[in-house]
Ligand binder design. Structure first.
Ligand SMILES: Nc1ncnc2c1ncn2[C@@H]1O[C@H](COP(=O)(O)OP(=O)(O)OP(=O)(O)O)[C@@H](O)[C@H]1O
Ligand SMILES: [Mg+2]
Length: 137
């Protein structure tokens, strides 16, 4: 397990960037952390590491999933408002392996057949600081 400390949005992006650069391109990355802890910021960093304009990355709260194209495809899923039953209709299995899948609210994906194995990113806010633990890479 890797453990980082981030004291700014920018530092969190750098950690995401370093992670995505180290990936093959077909991994599932489950991201855990409370509201406004920096999950989307982390995905912006991951996008940057793949040569994707991070400004394109926003929390897909109302669209369920966004797809960004860079050196590799990045699928960005936000499960905040998604019910477990709805997850089965998304057909995640169909595009698994075609790109990196980053999932906000990773806990909601647990138990899905595609959610294991996964890299797990856990964000713990402490004021303006974040402890970021990465497991499974
Ligand atoms: N060290 C830090 N790392 C990341 N974000 C930070 C940090 N310090 C402060 N912030 C702020 O915390 C907020 C994180 O917002 P972000 O949208 O990434 O959170 P989120 O976990 O995706 O929220 P949501 O649960 O609504 O999807 C931003 O406003 C960012 O500027
Ligand atoms: Mg978010």
């Amino acid at each position: 397990m890797l453990e980082y400390q981030s004291s700014s949005e920018e530092e969190t992006k750098k950690i995401g960037e370093e992670l995505s650069r180290s990936l093959r391109g077909d991994e599932v990355v489950l991201i855990y952390g409370p509201l406004a802890s920096g999950k989307t910021i982390f995905v912006k960093g991951m996008a940057r590491g793949l040569g994707i304009d991070e400004a394109l990355v926003s929390s897909p709260t109302f669209t369920v999933m966004n797809i960004y194209s860079g050196e590799k495809l990045l699928f960005h899923l936000d499960l905040y408002r998604t019910q477990e039953r709805e997850l089965e209709f998304l057909g995640i299995e169909d595009f698994l392996g075609m790109g990196i899948l980053a999932v906000e609210w990773g806990e909601k994906a647990e138990g899905q057949p595609w959610a294991s194995p996964a890299i797990k990113v856990r964000i713990f806010p402490e004021g303006e600081n974040r402890i970021i633990k990465i497991e499974g890479r």
